[in-house]
Design a protein around this ligand. Sequence first.
Ligand SMILES: [Zn+2]
Length: 383
Amino acid sequence: MASRDHENSQPAPVRQHVPDAFFKGLNLLLNEQPDKALNAFLEAAELDKDTVEMHVALGNLFRRRGEIERATQIHQNLVARTDLDDSLRCLALFELAQDYFKAGLFDRSESLFQELRQVKEYKEQACRFLLQIYDHEQEWHSAIVVAEELAGISNQDFSKRLAQYCCELAERAVSDNKPGEAEYYLESAFKYEEKCVRAAILSGQVAAARGNHLVAIELWREIEEWAPEALGEVVELISDSYAALGEQRGYRQFLESAIEKNPDARIISALVEVTQNRKGRIAGQRLLLEIVRKYPNLDGLYQLLRNRNAPELFKGESIDLELIATLLSQSMGQSREYQCRQCGFNSSSLHWQCPGCKEWGSVQKRVFSRERDAVGHKNYTVQ
Ligand SMILES: [Zn+2]
């Protein structure tokens, strides 16, 4: 208590003089008159060249208005000053780095954020900007280093994102024809995210490219257990590997089991095709009809109608089947079958990074569920 009293008795620091024009500007800003506010602030800044924070605020105002050049000018002038103490200089640097970032000058922005990353108060914010830069520039190694650091200093979970970066590196290694390197990165991906669908798909592809089709099939089929919504992505790959092994029966068993977990259109067509090749056209169509009844879906219905071999589907109705087939085909083209779990972004193809919110690994195939169907909802909606 005594020492606190002592501290309290210290004289308050002398307040810097704040020009009236500043308060005028603040008032105008609060009254949502940003143009007039800007002029008032400029006037205030002119009158008092020592008020660094005011210059910073003014620069921010310009940046928010999209006037990046003016913002940069103001912040550059501050950084160039030699009389600033460390904390004010860092503040000005941080603002300037954001100006460059917003202007898309990532090289300049990066070097400033790298400098600020060494300063305790700016470490986390600087890392977050750096991560955006490396993500955008596809500098995956640097992105991994920064994401690791962020994982250590924030409460956020970066494991999914880190696994995706490793998959990016693995894909690059695959296209550079370096399977060993790809395997190394995929192992890292699994360390970050044990159930990384993308890493599982890629691992199988690397194994298949090495001629290890049994291993590849095993890797892909594991997806059936922990990520059935992704099964459609591997049907073709699995088909190729079973074909390379000359193992048609195994392939058929896979399809029969997969369709129970996820009646994806690709799985349905594959199963119908296999049945057709084995038992003939009629058997294939009969199976398709059975599947469509069990899992009502547009893709299956479309295939049925296109083949016109299932008149019992529309018993007693006279419908122009070709017309229906065309309509269904159109609506299938419009329906967005993939959705981001984070932001709800819809798309017709699989993105590993969501184009909407830039989240990694959040886009998934919509899966038909029997429970939902039981209460009257349909998997696909026609707009
Ligand atoms: Zn998203």
